[in-house]
Design a protein around this ligand. Structure first.
Ligand SMILES: [Zn+2]
Length: 242
């Protein structure tokens, strides 16, 4: 194998690893965001059910106060009944008292409904609280894992970048230029092997002449179809599969 090809393969290996590490690093932000969204959703559900609990409680209180007011009215009418000498007025007051009692009975029924709802909401709050607690624990663990992974990847990238710089220094300028231009246009493997007589990059069949030139190891050979740099290693299958 041409020494320059060996160097380019090492460089390409670092670039592949760098690409993988940077892609993984880039995915951490969205992953963290997804986790935070999940935590926010769970908390929002808990807040909503708590708010519902407060609303029910204040409704129930309001009914209680209404019933107290009606009871006070009854007391007032009873006193007036006691004080009056007029039969008509006594009857009118008795009617008012009856109305108040009916209203109180309705208010008590409504209060009962709210109490049943309050029982259900208390259960919902307990469930949502437990869910929020579990979810927070899970999210905290996963976020901590992501932070560790992020640190490791950053270190890995820094190491790979330093290593890449050392490899680059080993490669002559024109070959490096060629490699980097190809990398920019192809974005993946640009130094490729010959597989079954075809280019390992674009998989187009190569002419015997191209394969021989590559095998001769006299110069850098490129694929006439895609322009990738071809390399030959002993034992490679140079013959077309068909
Ligand atoms: Zn090709």
């Amino acid at each position: 194998m041409l020494p320059i090809i060996e160097k380019l393969l090492i460089l390409q290996d670092r670039d592949h690893r760098l690409h993988r590490a940077r892609t993984e690093l880039g995915s951490i932000g969205p992953q963290r965001q997804t986790l935070q969204n999940k935590a926010t959703d769970v908390q929002a559900r808990l807040d909503a059910v708590k708010l519902r609990g407060k609303q029910i409680e204040s409704e129930r209180k309001r009914l209680e106060l209404d019933a107290e007011a009606k009871n006070a009215q009854i007391a007032k009418y009873s006193l007036q009944q006691f004080q009056t000498k007029k039969n008509e007025e006594y009857k009118a007051l008795a009617h008012e008292i009856e109305l108040c009692k009916e209203a109180i009975s309705k208010l008590e029924d409504q209060q009962l409904e709210f109490m049943e709802q309050a029982d259900q909401v208390a259960k919902d709050i307990a469930a949502a609280t437990a869910e929020a607690k579990n979810s927070k624990r899970d999210v905290d663990l996963l976020v901590a894992d992501l932070a560790t992974l992020e640190l490791n990847l950053k270190k890995q990238i820094a190491d790979l970048e330093a290593d890449r710089a050392r490899q680059v220094a080993e490669v002559d300028a024109s070959a490096l230029n060629r490699y980097e231009r190809l990398l920019k246009s192809k974005g993946d493997s640009v130094v490729v092997s010959i597989e079954h007589g075809a280019c390992g990059g674009c998989h187009m069949k190569l002419t015997t002449q191209t394969v021989r030139t590559c095998q001769g190891m006299g110069e850098i050979t490129t694929c006439p179809h895609c322009g990738r740099i071809l390399y030959y290693e002993r034992g490679m299958d140079l013959v077309a599969a068909d």
